[in-house]
Write a protein that binds this ligand. Structure first.
Ligand SMILES: *Cc1c(COP(=O)(O)O)cnc(C)c1O
Length: 372
């Protein structure tokens, strides 16, 4: 089986250093909010190009605490995309606000800026653009809309560490950037982890309190918070991996262009587009194919671990049924959930494996076409 992602191959590169770093933490006796998390927060602020970062339990908590820090809650609406992982909208629900889904752009899979303004109401407080698959959103247009309507922007960068728009890394445009260190992300740890980025000192201080039971000073609690701290073991592992992130992202981009070449002769397979002036880190390499479900099953039978991100758009999930955005309300999102398929993508993927994946996929697409 050629997997969608292979953490074991990555372990061969960083495992020894990670084991050493973890043992050092275990011996140190300091496990929560110690020297490693502090150092990692600075290293990530330098890497991403923002003033502050705050280590958290997960990307979901990053989204949740960003909303809390901006005082978004009951009665408020937040505009986002339905073509994303459930956590983006779930965080809006956790704070008691209402997600309002806007359709995507068919080429980039990201929220379509041209459709945002029609969804704004007097209750709208924020926009959460998602840089899906590592592809940066059109941040000039989104920030312009946000400024004109006085809205906050929280960027969901969980799939996009290292991606940039006009030379500036994602997560530095809005009030907050939300990152995840889930093991299969471009920068993943060996458990759960997440991060918020911000350039605002007051927002940074608010999140530091929220992540630790609503108080910055021990045993002094100013508001209801949560327990959402990035621990020392995960921080130490991330510090071992962070120096490799540019190399790994470069390799992902090289593999994306190899796929593009291999599929160039097959017009029924639509390869991903990149916007001008953006740097996409290809968390996923996602193609559009006819008869997707049938081809997906055949690929699995042939030992190719393709995945569907995401088979059901968020507005059609049971959890969001009460929002009243029914079938047909987001036609481009709905269409894309039926035709997209993500192919194995990770820095250690070999050219030989890519050739096998491409020739198998092309064969199945041509066979399924011959049937109709
Ligand atoms: C992974 C992911 C999240 C959630 O991150 P966790 O660390 O798993 O909580 C949120 N949004 C997107 C787009 C993601 O890919």
């Amino acid at each position: 089986m050629i997997p969608i992602f292979d953490s074991k191959r990555q372990y061969a590169q960083i495992g020894e250093a990670a084991e050493k770093a973890v043992c050092e933490v275990m011996r140190s006796g300091s496990y929560i909010l110690g020297a490693n998390t502090k150092a990692l927060e600075q290293e990530l602020a330098d890497y991403i190009g923002c003033k502050y970062t705050i280590g958290l339990n997960s990307g979901t908590d990053a989204l949740h605490l960003a909303l809390r820090a901006l005082d978004i809650g009951a009665g408020d609406e937040v505009i986002t995309t339905a073509f994303t992982f459930v956590a983006t909208a779930e965080a809006i629900g956790i704070v008691g606000a209402k997600p309002v889904f806007v359709d995507i752009d068919a080429d980039t899979f990201n929220i379509d800026p041209a459709k945002i303004e029609a969804a704004i109401t007097p209750n709208t407080k924020a926009i959460i653009p998602v840089h899906l698959y590592g592809q940066p959103c059109d941040m000039d247009r989104i920030m312009d809309i946000a400024k004109r309507h006085n809205l906050h922007v929280i960027e969901d960068c969980c799939q996009a560490i290292g991606s940039s728009y006009k030379g500036q890394k994602v997560g530095t445009f809005g009030d907050f950037g939300c990152y995840s260190f889930y093991p299969t992300k471009n920068l993943g740890t060996m458990g759960d982890g997440g991060l918020l980025t911000t350039n605002s000192e007051s927002l940074k201080d608010r999140v530091i309190a929220l992540r630790n039971h609503g108080g910055a000073v021990r045993y002094h609690h100013d508001e209801i918070g949560v327990n959402s701290r990035l621990d020392e073991i995960q921080s130490a592992i991330l510090r071992v991996k962070l120096p490799y992130i540019d190399e790994w992202n470069t390799k992902r981009r090289e593999r994306a262009s190899i796929y593009n070449e291999l599929f160039a002769g097959c017009e029924d397979i639509i390869t991903p587009k990149e916007l001008d002036n953006t740097y996409c880190v290809y968390h996923q390499y996602t193609v559009k194919v006819p008869n997707r479900d049938e081809i997906f099953d055949k690929l699995h039978d042939a030992g190719i671990g393709a995945m569907l991100y995401y088979p059901i758009p968020l507005h059609l999930q049971k959890v969001n049924a009460h929002l009243g955005q029914g079938k047909g309300s987001l036609p481009i999102t709905e269409k894309n959930t039926e035709i997209v398929m993500s192919l194995p993508m990770f820095p250690e993927l070999t050219r030989e494996e890519q050739e096998t994946i491409a020739s198998t996929l092309i064969k199945f697409v041509e066979e399924s076409k011959a049937l109709v």
